[in-house]
Write a protein that binds this ligand. Structure first.
Ligand code: HEC
Ligand code: HEC
Ligand code: HEC
Ligand code: HEC
Length: 164
């Protein structure tokens, strides 16, 4: 009898440890995943530390007026059509922490830094260059400057064009 009980205790121990591990993983995983999620912060936040790029972008880039461009054409468009414009003319539309509406996310209504460099909330806190996209390739531009559009406007975006 005694050996049987002892055997059970030994068997329970790994089972209990197993449950505990699963429990800890389930509770900790979403927290760490949430902390690492990169959200959009808008250009003014970037400008606090990158003044030169910020000033130049605000002054010269057409991206800084991209919402105006679609707003002008809104009267002739159906709601569904206008929503399609938002994907390329606002920052992060349809992505976590991205543009929702002019009222809710005024800082993201135009295209800006994070259109090219990706969502910057984590980098803006850490100041770590590894937390932001530094090296860019034309492939990243082509999601909006696609072949059809480049042909329409008869120019290919240059990698340093439209930035700062
Ligand atoms: C609190 C200050 C701070 C804020 C806010 C900030 N950055 Fe930075 N950023 C830095 C520092 C510091 C570096 C590293 C500079 C260096 O290496 O010369 C850096 C580097 C970069 C780089 C170069 C990355 C590389 O690989 O070399 C880019 C691009 C960049 N930031 C973009 C942004 C964007 C976009 C935003 C807004 C979403 C932003 N930063 C917000 C401090 C900041
Ligand atoms: C999310 C969509 C999107 C991405 C990604 C994007 N662009 Fe643009 N870009 C636009 C839109 C929209 C305009 C026109 C804005 C307007 O005039 O309303 C534009 C305008 C421009 C212009 C016109 C000149 C100017 O002064 O702004 C250049 C050049 C340009 N982009 C280059 C690039 C490059 C290079 C990349 C990649 C590194 C890139 N863009 C990524 C949407 C995008
Ligand atoms: C697939 C991405 C994409 C979508 C969707 C899109 N645009 Fe654009 N739009 C661009 C890009 C990129 C440019 C910059 C011009 C170029 O590519 O040569 C631009 C330029 C423009 C311009 C010219 C701005 C100027 O003054 O030079 C207007 C106006 C415009 N878009 C309106 C719209 C409207 C309205 C919609 C929705 C019906 C729309 N766009 C949907 C990517 C897009
Ligand atoms: C149209 C795309 C585009 C936009 C918009 C854009 N950048 Fe950049 N950025 C670039 C490119 C391209 C480089 C050079 C990357 C490389 O060397 O490969 C760069 C480089 C940088 C660097 C590194 C230092 C340097 O000059 O090489 C910083 C910092 C930076 N950008 C900040 C910003 C900030 C802040 C904004 C918004 C005010 C912004 N960028 C908007 C495309 C963009």
């Amino acid at each position: 009898m005694r050996t049987q009980a002892g055997g059970k205790t030994i068997l329970y121990l790994p089972v209990m440890t197993g449950y505990l591990t699963v429990f800890l993983l389930l509770t900790c995983y979403p927290i760490s995943a949430f902390a690492a999620e990169k959200l959009y912060v808008g250009p003014d936040t970037c400008g606090e530390c990158h003044e030169e790029e910020y000033k130049s972008f605000k002054k010269y880039a057409k991206k800084n007026h991209s919402y105006e461009s679609i707003l002008k054409m809104k009267p002739g468009l159906q709601d569904k059509e206008f929503k399609e414009c938002l994907q390329c003319h606002t920052t992060g539309y349809g992505r976590p922490g991205g543009f929702v509406s002019v009222e809710k996310t005024p800082d993201l209504k135009n295209l800006s830094c994070e259109t090219c460099h990706g969502p910057g909330s984590v980098h803006a806190e850490s100041e770590d260059p590894d937390d932001i996209i530094g090296k860019l390739s034309l492939t990243q531009c082509e999601r909006c400057h696609n072949a059809e559009r480049v042909a329409d406007f008869d120019y290919k975006p240059l990698i340093y064009g439209g930035a700062h």
